[in-house]
Each structure stands twice: as C-alpha cells, then as structure tokens.
Design a protein around this ligand. Sequence first.
Ligand code: FAD
Length: 623
Amino acid sequence: MQYHDQFDVIVVGGGHAGTEAATAAARMGMKTLLLTHNIETLGHMSCNPAIGGIGKGHLVKEVDAMGGIMAQAIDHAGIQFRILNSSKGPAVRATRAQADRLLYKQTIRHTLENYPNLQLFQQACDDLILDGDRVCGVVTQAGIRILSKTVVLTAGTFLNGLIHIGMEHYRGGRAGDPASISLAERMRELPLRIGRLKTGTPPRIDARSVDFSQLQIQPGDDPVPVFSYLGKPEQHPRQVPCFITHTNAQTHDVIRANLDRSPMYAGVIEGIGPRYCPSIEDKIMRFADKEAHQIFIEPEGLTTHELYPNGISTSLPFDVQVQIVRSMKGFANAHIARPGYAIEYDFFDPRDLKPNMENKCLQNLFFAGQINGTTGYEEAAAQGMLAGINAALRAQDKDPWAPRRDQAYIGVLMDDLSTLGTKEPYRMFTSRAEYRLLLREDNADLRLTPIGRELGLVNDERWAFFNHKLEMMAQEQQRLKDSWIQPQHPATENLNQLLKTPLSRPASLEDLLRRPEVNYADLMAIEGIGPGIEHQQAAEQIEIQVKYAGYIERQQDEIDKQQRHEETLLPLDLDYSEVPGLSKEVCIKLNDTKPQTIGQASRISGVTPAAISILLVHLKKRG
Ligand code: FAD
C-alpha cells in the first residue's frame, strides 16, 4: 500500500537524534516526515533525566546555535541548573541541567507538533525501499510504503534490543518499548558492518521511602544558568535540589557475593558497555581498592516521587538490586519503583559513514545517534542535526556540509567516529578536542550561527539576537581599547583595591581587564569606569577574548598550518594496497576507513607521518 504523499526527508525514530534531524530538515524548508514507534515517547529520556555536562553541554550549545531544539526544551523543563568546572578555564566550563522527564517530553512533543514542514506518523519502520544502491523510502509495519528523496535512520538502542535483568533476558528497545527486530534483520542483509554494544540503567527509587536527613544536599547554582542562547531563567519551572549518598563496604560485599548472577560477568552479555558510565558491578571490580563511590540522587521531576540514583547502573538480579540500594545511607527502607537493567543492541560501524553522516554504500541513507556507536542524548542530538542538515542538502542536490574539528565539537564527534570507528559506546569529552580553547560553550554561536543562517537553519529572531550581541561586543571592545586610566584618575583609588600591583602608569581598560586578578563585572562596578554593558553574554565574551587572546592566537596558527591537509582530498575508490611503500598494516587501516582527506588519514592510529608523505607523493603522481 502506497502512502498518499511523498517526502524530501523521512526520519525514522523520535528520540534525541531523530527529533533534531527532523526539525533541522524542516527548518531548511524540506517536506519532512518523522516516523516513530509511538508518538507518546517522542523525546523520551531512556536513562538519566539530565542534559549537558562536560563536553556534552558544548554539543547542546552548538545545536542551539544552529536553531536546534534541545537547549530550549531543557530551559522549559530543567529543575536544577549548574555550571560544572566554573572555577576552571572557559574551555572546560559546561552547563548541566536536571530535567523533569515528563515536562521535557511534553515540550519536545509540543515543539514537534507545531513545527512548520514537519509531519508525525506513528508506525514502526520495518524495511527500506531500495533502487539499486539508492534508498528511496521506507516500508512500515502495516505494509505502508512511503517514498522520500532521503532517509535518516535513528533507531537508538532498539535494533535487536535485548534487555537483561540478572540471568533473565527478553527482547525490548528499552524498558516498556518493543525492540526493532524486522528492521534489524533487514539491515543485516545490507552491506553494512554491524556490531553489538551494551548500556545500562539504575533502579529508580520511591522518594517517600528515603530518609533525606541522612543525605547531603546539593543545590543548583544561583543565579540560575540557562542553556539556550535565547533562554531566560523565567522559563525554568520550580528549581529543586539534588542529594548525595555513597556506596560502602556492605554494598561492595553484596555485589562481589553475587557476581556469578551478573549477566556481564557470567558472559551472557556480548556487547561492550560504556567505559565512562560503568555499571556499579564494573566499578567495584575495576576500582577494587576504593571504599566508597559517590551516588547522586536526582529527582525525576516535580510531579513524581521517582528518584534516579546516578552511579548504580546495574544488570544484577532484582533481589540483589534491593540489597544494593538498601545498603546505602538514607536508603535502609527504600522501595524500588523500577528495576535497573542492561540492554544490548546492534550498532553500525561509523567508519562506513561519510563526514556528512551518509552511508558510504547506500546513497541517500543517513545514520545518526546511538546506532553509530555513541551514547548520550547530546551526542545523539548533535549527530541528528548534522544528518538532518545533510539529508536536506542532498534532497536539494546541494553540496554536503560537515563542520571541521576546529569549528565544532560536532566536527570532532563525526571525525572521530568516521575516522577511528568505536569499539565501546563513544561519549564526548573536552579532552577529545585538540582545539578546545576555541570550541567553548560560550562562543558556539559565534562559531556556528552565521553558518546556520546561511544553511537556512536560523530564524529571524535568533539572527537578530545574535547580531545585536555582536554589535554590543564591538562597541564595548572599542570603548575598552580607547578608554585610558591615568594614575591620577579619580577611579584609581578604587581600582587599586582590585589590582595586585597599584597603577603606576596609564593603562587602557583592555590592559586592565587582561590582568588575571581583574574581572569585567568588578572593573565596571568602579565609579568612573563602569557601568559597562548589561548584555551578559556579550560581556562574558569580551572578557574571555581579552584574557585568552594569546592562547587563542597560538591555537589559530596551528589550525592554519593543518588546514592544507584537511583540504587535500583522497579518492574514495583508492585501493591503498596498490600504493607503493605503504606497510601492510597501514594499507589495511586505510582500506577499512577510506578517509576522505589527508587530514582524516593522519588521525588514524598507526598511520605515521611517513605514510602521509607516501600518500602525498602518490596523489601528486596520480595527478
Ligand atoms: P533513542 O533515544 O533510543 O530513540 C530511538 C527512537 O527510535 C525511539 O523513539 C524509538 O521508538 C524509535 N525507533 C526505533 N526503531 C524504530 C523503528 N523501526 N521504527 C520506528 N521508530 C523506531 N546515555 C548516557 O549518556 N548515559 C547513560 O548512562 C545511558 N544509559 C542508558 C541506559 C539504557 C538502558 C538506555 C536504553 C539508554 C541509555 N543511554 C545512556 C543512552 C541514551 O538513552 C541514548 O544515547 C540516547 O537516547 C540516544 O538517542 P537516539 O535518538 O539515538 O535513540
């Protein structure tokens, strides 16, 4: 049965990748269909109810800078906001927000239902329609054939999903949702490299059974931060605190005594789990000498009693989960509302993707999110937006777009995946970005909003806000350069209280701001110097640019040097075993990855500078 309409872009899956992919394509004016199992679960957070964190917050800000929906949704649904690493340098500062799970889902659904050019359709996708090696639509569970110029697949943990609780296991996409079996089987017939990964989630606890007087309280930041560049604290719902408890010797004994009932340690689970978000049984075994692990107790929302104990993800049997939870301070009588579990699922080797997220073997098919071997809502959202953009570009026969590693964490993410692949769930960290001083949360808009505008992703409201900020910055930067304070200036007495060494000769306000002990707000609070600008984002940007100018310039020089390699293309059909002089190991690695540029080739482990020189000579000879 043929669907009554055709599309430019069909997005399969309404998770964090799918919703950003669909909205990005729709923003670019494409007729877009979001096909998902269940409209009720659009934007559902499968695991912890939180957005952001180190590296992840950077991705969310980048998605927001290009008009994406995640940051604005969390501004409407966040019940606790914090800036992590606030005392460290700006490159590693990161926003994190605890979400009201229900409010988040409602906000995403409301956004999608009112999005121009976007239609929602509830059906499972069971198959892809192929014309040779070109994908041109999907077939749903009810046998409905829907044609489209491009398809973006974002099936998350659902493909061949297998849930484990102790030695019991059953099929599922996540707790309460069906696995995607037909589509997974169909994908296995296609020329794709497929592997298995695993992730897990902790049991949820009923707050009424917890003794909070025994827990350490952890409030949010004051003033309350926002996520979106357009966000306002007034958009946030009521703010609540989180809490902290710890595991102890008793918890660790329970886990050790029951390891033979852990599907992971008994060898029942084949997939590899996230190294940076390990299960509690993994932590106890890997860090055997640690006497306690900190566990954050996070509310799941304002209208539920459920708590998320962040740090005790487990696939141990339910009776063991009860013992683990009740061993912790404050939890002696705790009632578990939902058991923890692990899930294994299929993922596709991301080295089979081009940097624009299109599959190398199947044209017009784009992959995003957990199916590419990543973990996390933010990593999924970033990939989703990039895939949505490129599906839209393809549908219009336009050139692809992918950010470079020095432009965005999204670029780092996609380059890491498509170059190196992954053997374990990949999550973002600031340490993955070699140019992290340039890729800060605070300047994601400066890096990406103009590109987003050009691509058709940024609406007039965001564009006007952005340009006003630029104007404010330019005016104030000029004033700081032009305003000089003489030692005999009436403001000097107050100024000297800020300075480590008193002012002995004339200095511009810019010079003064460059001093490590001076910040913009304190400087502007001095009568005769301030009041400065009220635009907080512009003021923050000015301060960072002044203080870190030297480092930023040095990093820019390095980028300029590397640029030549990034622009030297390698043919996709090059058989590296025919390049004279390359070692067998290097040939295998290059043939496995088929890098698109010399820059990408140089980042494959084992591809030496000597091998790069050989490749450059070979390219020259080929002409
Ligand atoms: P998902 O959010 O899984 O969304 C997939 C969507 O696709 C769903 O809407 C689904 O219904 C739909 N779908 C699937 N197949 C079909 C089909 N055939 N037809 C139509 N629709 C389909 N992340 C962390 O960062 N840390 C963690 O500790 C962590 N633990 C996790 C524990 C568990 C048990 C699970 C399930 C996930 C965990 N995650 C964790 C991962 C996080 O949930 C994902 O990274 C994120 O949700 C991925 O987003 P996505 O859009 O790729 O997929």
